[in-house]
Design a protein around this ligand. Structure first.
Ligand code: NDP
Length: 400
């Protein structure tokens, strides 16, 4: 149970000056949505730095367009290319993991943490250490190292704002002053592209079919996680770390239309839900403006046109990733980090056509079964556990 999210509405007063912001993972789906919002009112923001891993052209283009102070590319071999693309602009170039951490450590008014996977953990922690306000899309940080991240938030006084649409929805309707009146959090799940399909069907699906999410346009890894429902499992763990509830107070319901983004049930039977069109710019905009609501011209809901909303219990037999994530949350310690690392390797193997869709969860299950679950007390231990789980998953892959 966490006590780090403060539901107070105190505004960080920066005297009407433009806010100095940064984006970790600027070239991805969340990064690009964030940039679209910034471009709606560029005079409100000064961009300190943007980062990417290998997409050097997109990074340079974004940095020049937003007059960023610095562009950081994770892949060191691309530094020369980045420097050439930025020549003649005022944007500085840097490359490599340590440059990424140095940039993330820079004090800013607001950071978007949108690197995909466990690779986002160290930069996110660095930004938190500097006491920044961190809009957190990189759920894997909390999954791998929830206790460490929250500990760092408490020590530095940083603010975490949930970007994931479900957690952002809960954040909007969670009555923080009355925590004890909350009975449960209900995370909604779209069910992904294979909701209602049979095991036989799923056995043969291709990466292209699994990437085609019916409601959301997202990066490849989270799209596959949505198809296996591992994404909902990761979100279950994320919700546990973000909100002051016990492990057994978080439920999941499948809601294929993705109109209700999640709900909080109170002890008088009231259920507060946040609704909206499925567009990640809405939760990102909420974190950019927090604690105020910025105007944003998202598609408005036309409920009469939608007609009806449907709900189903999740099927943990067809989508075992959900059960694996719940078990990892219950086991605690290093189990969620192991779950995440094995999943990252298995998803990558599926995307490269090395394994079938159903084998993703099988590999995660096997890695967890042989894992030695222990407490993690620092970043080095998380990295070590993460690496061992990746090695175990890769070994299983080599025997497939
Ligand atoms: P994308 O794959 O679209 O983008 C990932 C970003 O991270 C890119 O900028 C990429 O750079 C960068 N990156 C990848 N690997 C590394 C690395 N090893 N080191 C540094 N940077 C790296 O992902 P999404 O935007 O879809 O997702 C980002 C995060 O947000 C994930 O944790 C996801 O779960 C979460 N999220 C995403 C949602 C969505 O709608 N997309 C919704 C809710 C949460 P490059 O382009 O150069 O490869």
């Amino acid at each position: 149970m966490t006590d780090v999210i403060e539901f107070s509405k105190e505004v960080a007063d920066i005297g009407g000056k433009p806010r100095r912001i940064s984006i970790l993972g600027a070239t991805g789906s969340i990064g690009c949505s964030t940039i679209k919002l910034i471009e709606e009112k560029p005079s409100d923001f000064d961009v300190a730095f943007l980062t990417a891993y290998s997409n050097v052209e997109a990074l340079a283009e974004q940095a020049i367009k937003l007059s960023a102070e610095l562009a950081v590319i994770g892949d060191e071999s691309k530094l020369g290319e980045l420097e050439a693309l930025l020549a003649g602009s005022n944007v500085e170039a840097a490359a490599g993991e340590s440059a990424l951490i140095d940039a993330a450590s820079e004090p800013v008014d607001w950071t978007m943490s949108a690197i995909v996977g466990a690779a986002g953990l160290a930069p996110t922690l660095a930004s938190i250490k500097s006491g920044n306000t961190v809009a957190l899309a990189n759920k894997e940080s909390l999954v791998c190292a929830g206790d460490l991240v929250l500990d760092q938030v408490r020590k530095s006084g940083a603010t975490l704002l949930p970007v994931d649409s479900e957690h952002n929805a809960i954040f909007q309707v969670f009555e923080g002053e009355q925590q004890s009146t909350v009975e449960r959090i209900i995370l909604t799940a779209s069910g992904g592209p294979f909701h209602g399909k049979s095991r036989d069907f799923m056995e043969k699906v291709t990466p292209d079919q699994a990437l085609a999410h019916p409601n959301w346009d997202m990066g490849a890894k989270i799209s596959i996680d949505s198809a296996t429902m591992m994404n909902k499992g990761l979100e279950l763990i994320e919700a546990y770390f973000l909100f002051p509830v016990e492990k057994n107070q978080i439920d999941i319901i499948v809601h294929p239309q993705s109109i209700i983004h999640s709900m909080v049930e109170y002890r008088d039977g009231s259920v507060l839900a946040q609704m909206g069109a499925p567009d990640m710019r809405t939760p990102i905009s909420y974190t950019l403006g927090w604690p105020h609501r910025h105007p944003f011209k998202a598609d408005r809901l036309n409920l009469a046109e939608i007609g009806s909303l449907s709900f189903f219990d999740p099927d943990e037999d067809l989508f075992p990733a959900l059960r694996l994530a719940r078990e990892a949350l219950q086991a605690g310690g290093s189990a969620p980090a192991i779950l995440n690392a094995a999943n990252e390797i298995a998803v990558e193997a599926f995307l490269k056509n090395r394994i079938g869709f159903l084998e993703i969860a099988t590999i995660v299950d096997k890695v967890l079964q042989v894992a030695d679950i222990r407490e993690l007390s620092n970043l080095d231990e998380v990295i070590e556990v993460d690496q061992r789980a990746r090695d175990n998953a890769l070994e299983l892959l080599s025997s497939v």
